[in-house]
Design a protein around this ligand. Structure first.
Ligand code: 5AD
Ligand code: FES
Length: 347
């Protein structure tokens, strides 16, 4: 096991069988070793800096019906909202003051925003905050739409692939969605020139070790600038209400493995990780993550953007979260930096 981990550290690559073995046979001692090696690798690129992104959850309307997600269209208990351009700009203003230099516009696939609306929001943000990076996370669109957003000034795009295996994909989504189209979107985004983020949930229903290995292989092939993973957390108003949550330890081990596979990329310690474990985000940083994405959404809408149950920080002001994170990150010997936080080139 030690040799396998060292091999991953030195060559950034293992075979499928080796990944499967690693995932299934890690004991506590080797798990510590793996995470420590991953944190060292992150340090070679980013030192003890942690990047922050201000997350603006601007709409919870969604035309899709993913079986795991609390804002799926069939959840009639969800109270729907969307923010106006002015409200979004107010979030950015507050975020800028708090030191954020990246804004992430995330939302469900809300058909009430046409491309022109999205473009006008992007232009307004980039005009005022030209020193900031703008990330979109608004789902599957056509090549043409992605190109329009890019030309309007969007720099990055987050679209978790969710699972690279099409059978497993069909276990998580209705027929209207496919793994193939998801991957098409990611390759389109890359071709256009976006910095791209993919990712998946750890412990999602019906996920096998083989599925995770396929995810790792897909990630290596896509070679994105960012990979976001977090544990699956069940939501009471979804078809997956009875399924167990994903494992925090498995998530941390995967963060470490992905760090060692793609040493220079951006890896967030996710809110889902912080939801299942009080110290989850800190543990994520100590396992090789280097990004945090605190919420900048207005406090009155936060409880409505419930992708999963018991999400943290839904009662807090943006400034409170910013300070809370500062304390937490300094307590583990790291520092939040005021920076766009672009991906560094591979050494
Ligand atoms: N548990 C954990 N993560 C979830 N997401 C959606 N629903 C859940 C859930 N129940 C993740 C998906 C999506 C991202 C925005 O949030 O991976 O891509
Ligand atoms: Fe939101 Fe700690 S990060 S309260």
């Amino acid at each position: 096991m030690r040799e396998l981990i060292d091999q991953l550290v030195n060559s950034s690559e293992l075979t499928s069988n080796e990944y499967a073995y690693l995932l299934e046979h890690l004991d506590n001692e080797n798990q510590e070793y793996l995470r420590q090696k991953a944190a060292e690798k992150a340090k070679q690129y980013y030192g003890k800096a942690v990047y922050v992104r201000g997350l603006i959850e601007f709409t919870n309307y969604c035309k899709n019906d993913c079986y795991y997600c609390g804002i799926r269209k069939s959840n009639h208990n969800a109270i729907r909202y969307h923010l106006t351009k002015e409200e979004i700009l107010n979030c950015c203003a507050e975020g800028y003051q708090l030191g954020f230099r990246t804004f992430v516009l995330q939302g469900g696939e809300d058909v009430s925003y046409q491309d022109l609306d999205i473009v006008s929001i992007i232009e307004a943000i980039k005009e005022k905050y030209f020193d900031c990076a703008l990330t979109l996370s608004i789902g599957e669109k056509s090549y043409d739409s992605y190109l329009k957003y890019y030309k309007a000034g969007a720099d990055r795009y987050l679209l978790r692939h969710e699972t690279a295996n099409s059978k497993h994909y069909n276990n998580l989504h209705p027929d209207s969605l496919s793994a193939e189209n998801r991957k098409r979107c990611l390759y389109d985004l890359k071709e256009i020139g976006y910095q791209v983020g993919c990712g998946f949930m750890v412990g999602s229903p019906h996920q096998t070790t083989e599925n995770i290995v396929e995810d790792l292989m897909f990630i290596k092939e896509l070679s994105p600038q960012m990979v976001g993973i977090g544990p699956f957390i069940s939501h009471k108003d979804t078809p997956f209400r009875e399924f167990a949550n994903g494992s925090v330890d498995m998530t941390l081990n995967l963060i470490a493995i992905i760090r060692l596979m793609l040493p220079n990329i951006l890896i967030p310690a996710t809110t889902a990780l912080g939801t299942l474990d009080h110290k989850g985000r800190e543990k994520g940083i100590l396992a090789g993550a280097n990004v945090l994405m605190p919420n900048l959404s207005p406090t009155d809408v936060r409880k409505k953007y419930m992708l999963y149950d018991n999400k943290i920080c839904t009662g807090d002001e943006a400034a409170q979260c910013r300070q809370c994170l500062q304390r937490r990150i300094e307590a583990i010997g790291y520092q939040i930096v005021e920076d766009r936080g672009d991906c560094k080139p591979l050494k």
